[in-house]
Design a protein around this ligand. Structure first.
Ligand code: SF4
Length: 350
């Protein structure tokens, strides 16, 4: 099976593992699941959400190399990547580096610089609190700590980082922490994508642009009804606020270095996803289309991702929109578009 198709199928149905493999159960980004490598394609795959219990995919074996089966039939050999060496190190202040940043893919490191969010009600898919309450991470990452982690990661081959943040009460304070962390990580040798909400004043993005290579400003859904249901706390930012910030961001970072998530599976229809992708791509913003990742413990934790067939249809149509706009994932410096492990869109757009 084509590795891209296999990746889309695995992200739609998840995988069962025997014996159990270690994966993530909270946080931002690929907040639940396993990292897998298959045929040169890197994927984050749901492995502990409720819907994965009925998955036809089974990962068998011990160690890093496993056999992937489908209905008892051997499909492929897949690899669970080695844990990075920095997971075993501590910063000068004694903090485990694993609590500060995680491997997102072979070249990509990820960290949530502020692991708390003042938005209420919470976005229905967000798991930012879960890893904090389980003790897997710290509430606030200091720039000096992330500089140490980034230097250790760079020395073992990591090339870029995605830095996300919860939204604090004071917008300027949140952007200042993100700015300082980005500056520190970049000085340690990694390219950086910052991810944040659209600030009220788009000119606040200038400070971030001076210390980062790429930015994600994620609207999540193009359908206003879905935004109000799934991301009610963020709805004080209108679609006009997003448009203003994307335009300013493209001026500051350049076309393609700005991206937005378009989550599929929140109840929207294909037309809204395609319309969002078209508007974003024409602005120079890469539409990072990805399937909903239901995380146990969140309001959507019992749901399932959208079917594989829907995602394949959307990937193909969004890829042609992206290509027509002249955007290329392979030229993006840092972050989700460069990494691509949570979606197949960059496997299609190149
Ligand atoms: S696409 Fe990559 S960088 Fe983005 S959240 Fe997923 S694993 Fe992390």
């Amino acid at each position: 099976m084509d590795p891209r198709e296999l990746k889309a199928r695995l992200q739609a149905r998840g995988v069962r593992t025997e014996p159990p493999a270690e994966g993530r159960r909270g946080g931002a980004g690929p907040a639940e699941g396993l990292s897998l490598r298959m045929g040169g394609v890197e994927a984050t795959v749901p492995a502990s959400a409720v819907f994965t219990r009925s998955s036809p995919f089974l990962l068998e074996g011990e160690g890093r190399r496993r056999v992937l089966k489908w209905g008892g039939r051997q499909l492929a050999e897949v690899e669970i990547p080695e844990a990075p060496l920095f997971y075993g190190l501590r910063t000068e202040d004694g903090t485990s580096m694993r609590k500060l940043a995680l491997r997102h893919s072979a070249s990509c490191l990820g960290s949530t610089v502020l692991q708390r969010c003042s938005r209420s009600p919470r976005c229905s898919f967000c798991a930012i609190d879960l890893s904090l309450s389980s003790g897997a991470t710290t509430a606030v990452k200091r720039p000096s700590q992330l500089a140490e982690v980034a230097a250790a990661a760079a020395s073992e081959g990591f090339e870029h980082a995605v830095l996300t943040t919860g939204t604090p009460d004071r917008e300027e304070a949140g952007l200042k922490l993100l700015r300082d962390c980005s500056e520190a990580v970049r000085a340690a040798g990694l390219k950086v994508q910052v991810q944040c909400e659209p600030p009220r004043d788009p000119d606040l993005l200038e400070e971030l642009a001076s210390v980062s290579d790429s930015i994600g400003i994620n609207i999540e859904s193009w359908d206003q009804r879905i935004r109000e249901r799934a991301t009610p706390g963020k709805c004080d930012r209108s679609s006009e606020d997003y448009l203003r910030c994307w335009r300013r961001a493209v001026e500051l970072w350049g076309p393609g270095e700005v991206s937005s998530f378009l989550l599929v599976g929140l109840g929207e229809d294909d037309r809204s996803v395609l319309e969002g992708a078209r508007v974003l791509a024409e602005l120079g913003v890469y539409p990072f289309v990805l399937p909903l990742r239901p995380v146990p413990g969140t309001p959507l934790g019992e749901k399932s991702p959208p079917p594989f067939s829907r995602m394949m249809r959307l990937y193909e149509r969004v890829a042609s929109i992206v290509q027509r706009a002249g955007l290329e994932a392979s030229r993006v410096s840092a972050g989700c578009v460069r990494c691509g492990a949570c979606s197949c869109i960059t496997d299609y757009t190149g």
